[in-house]
Design a protein around this ligand. Sequence first.
Ligand code: 2RA
Length: 331
Amino acid sequence: MKIAVVGVTGMVGQVMLKVLEERNLEITELIPVASEKSVGTEIVFKGKPYKVVSMQDAIDMKPAIALFSAGGGVSLENAPKFAAVGTTVIDNSSAWRMEADKKLVVPEINADQLTTNDKIIANPNCSTIQLVMALAPLHKKYGIKRLVISTYQSITGTGVKAVEQLENEYTNTKGAMAYPYQIHRNALPHCDVFEENGYTKEELKLVRETQKILDDKTIAVTATAVRIPVVGGHSESVNVEFHNDFTESEVRAILADTDGVTVQDNTDVNLYPMPLMAHGKDDVFVGRIRRDHSAPNALNMWIVADNLRKGAATNAVQIAEYLIKNELVSA
Ligand code: 2RA
């Protein structure tokens, strides 16, 4: 099967290659795609060198699947061109996520919606993926009424320039500045751009994407997204109000029984999820599970995941695996 990776030189693109190698998809030909300035350079996949090709060359090669992580503008312009030649696009940008006719997919939750007609599939935002992975089984059991989310997001979510700025600050080196403020020893309540309503796009993604994936617009959601100087993954403090009551042990059992979720929850031995431990792993880690006694049927939990893996690359590759397994793409 011919698979293209569009944005292959970016942080998520590089992780996509790594995950494709690990999961051993039946790839007969890898088509690495990047901006014009990278065309002709070489990348190595499964020990074999591949030349980076232009967007048009990749379209002309008619891959069965194109994994995109190249920004919304590039996706809006080029995903339809791939779809027009029969390619199924799985796009990691926010470009298509809220389009009514586009599926927003976390395979463990709603891949069964996919059909052969879906030629552009949206990969949700990283902070949304880890959130709904933990919430979906609980929503099914208890019905979610309201969510209050505070995120503590890895600097890698901003991109390589921010990681360079963080490294430069530690070594007191002048260099690329992704933020006008110091990042290390700091917390920036500013992920993505501010909208007129005072919320950032990141916070609104959590609201809108969560309702779409759980297919329930009655769920009230509010969020505050904060950038912190860690590189391993995103963390989220989540307060959930259900329509129905629960027991903490039942919640732990439901989560422990959910594919892709690992419960780390024993404060007697200081067992709780942390980005440093989630880094490089594909599971979503949940801990600090405890009743919120200030409201009826309310619960607090702490959710951590590697934002570049399950939050982006792995989820996209899992969608590709689902399409292949269910014969929803042409070989
Ligand atoms: C962030 N979720 O963390 C966004 C995009 N990667 O900045």
